[in-house]
Ligand binder design. Structure first.
Ligand SMILES: Nc1nc2c(ncn2[C@@H]2O[C@H](COP(=O)(O)OP(=O)(O)OP(=O)(O)O)[C@@H](O)[C@H]2O)c(=O)[nH]1
Ligand SMILES: [Zn+2]
Length: 204
């Protein structure tokens, strides 16, 4: 997709590029009819259009590129771990289209040539992949792979902790359960380096 067609800010609320809102709106009207509701009653009259706008925002990551987010780098002589932890995010379970949400911890050891990115870009990277129909495992590996591809780090680690509402509000109905996934690359495979990163992530 042409950059000009895309919102410049991956976290921008209401980003709609690439999403067919009238089609979502028509489908939501059908869902309301299918559950036995009256989509023309006053409280629901604007709901299909509202949901369309909300979906455009929730799935805007489908039309954004990690390359744009991580494209801005600068040289810095730092050879140790850089970690942004406790990044809150919301995503959408691709099985049930209900939210899963929690925190992501994203760390990397910069490349030998000292290529680093701005700290906020790590949080923006999480948004690019969270704002899509997702599963937690793929979200985790997509983030770590983007770091490897665009920053060529000596090592990278991503840990994601989430509650899945499809397990809380329906189905097995176990609110409060947390799913933890991790992905490591390069020097973060080294047990001592990995243990240091994990102790920083867990705050111990
Ligand atoms: N591995 C993985 N599973 C997920 C994720 N999000 C939801 N699921 C699971 O996807 C599975 C879908 O199972 P199905 O049997 O096809 O669907 P279902 O009948 O609605 O399953 P229940 O949720 O058990 O009622 C469920 O076990 C969900 O817990 C995720 O991010 N990763
Ligand atoms: Zn689900």
């Amino acid at each position: 997709m042409d950059r000009a067609e895309r919102p410049d800010d991956p976290g921008m609320p209401g980003a709609t590029a690439g999403v067919d809102e009238p089609r979502i709106s028509a489908a939501v009207r059908e869902i309301l009819l299918a559950i036995g509701e009256d989509p023309d009653r006053s409280g629901l009259r604007d709901t299909p259009d509202r949901v369309a706008r909300a979906y455009a925002e929730m799935f805007s990551g489908l039309h954004q590129d990690a390359a744009d987010v991580l494209g801005t780098t600068f040289d810095l002589d730092h050879e140790e771990l850089v970690l942004v932890k406790d990044i809150p995010f919301y995503s959408t379970c691709e099985h049930h289209l209900v939210p899963f949400h929690g925190t992501a911890h994203v760390g990397y050891i910069p490349s030998h040539d000292g290529r680093v990115t701005g700290l906020s870009k790590l949080a923006r990277l999480v948004e690019v992949y969270a704002r899509r129909p997702q599963v937690q495992e793929r979200l985790t590996t997509q983030i770590v792979e983007a770091l490897v591809t665009h920053l060529a780090p000596r090592g990278a680690i991503v840990v994601v902790e989430c509650e899945h509402l499809c397990m809380s509000m329906r189905g097995v109905r176990k609110p409060g359960t947390k799913t933890v996934t991790s992905a490591v690359r390069g020097q973060l495979h080294d047990p001592a380096t990995r243990a240091e990163a994990m102790s920083l992530i867990l705050g111990r």
